[in-house]
Design a protein around this ligand. Sequence first.
Ligand code: SAH
Length: 308
Amino acid sequence: MTVEAFMEASNAYYYATRDPLGIEGDFTTAPEISQMFGELVGAALADCWRRAGSPNDAIFVELGPGRGTLAADALRMMRSAGFRGEIHLVETSPVLRDRQRTVVPDALWHESIDDLPARPLLLVANEFLDALPVRQHVGGIDRRVVIAGGGLAFDRDGEIVETSPLRDEAVGSIATCVALKGGAALLIDYGHERSAPGDTLQAVKRHGFASILSAPGEQDITAHVDFEAVSVAVRNAGAETTPLVTQGEWLIRLGIEARAQSLSRANPDRSEDIQASLDRLTSRDQMGTLFKVIGVHSRDWPAPAGFQ
Ligand code: SAH
């Protein structure tokens, strides 16, 4: 099978059969590190919504919400800013839907982005695009996973070029809806600013790297997001992008340092933890530079804050 089919099948089984997040799981994401992450996402979306005239048909959407932590933290901020719209979550995993239901009980769930209603979107996707399958090409030929010597192996090596038609399609659907109905989207992931050759496929198990082919369906397989391809897909659909910024820069511009200070004042016994989370989310040697954020908006909506 192609690398794309392998990654798709492996991740579909992996996410359908477990909650992979947290210390007990395989990896930890930004919203699981601190409530500040989701709160600032919510603040950025609410601010954009207000500057667009607070349309009352706008909906909150999250793609791949994991445990629902980001949605719950973001919605707390958005509700306090007056947003009363519906909550729509795109999630294929029944196990994770159950977790999400405990923290965002009034949400509506969808299997696919294409099932979302055509309404102005206030959308966030954190570590969602990296889980969508990539194709790998070697000398123009689709790289495949084959059975060899009783195990799995790649059929060819050499200079690898990755593309992701499924990711382009997902981004294109969001951007089409935004272009037609208005709205703003925040896409947050690890990845690179310019398309370039390279093998970025990786597998993670119990908070460490694993061999990609060793345990299909039992470990998380991701690939870096090519943000140049994302921008092209957005513009082809008729929507606008913001500049790409690092997660660290973006969170600092949105005021994460002030938020950390006020949380520490309110919870002095947790102030060391709060400082450590701030550092983990923003500093160069942690998530601050590897992770990047791009905003998507329609021509008649303002750009979300934090990108200029
Ligand atoms: N955004 C969360 C979780 C990231 S893990 C966080 O930041 O903590 C990836 C999430 O995407 C999981 O919820 C997984 O079930 C979901 N997912 C993966 N592939 C998907 C697909 N093709 N369609 C919908 N959801 C998907």
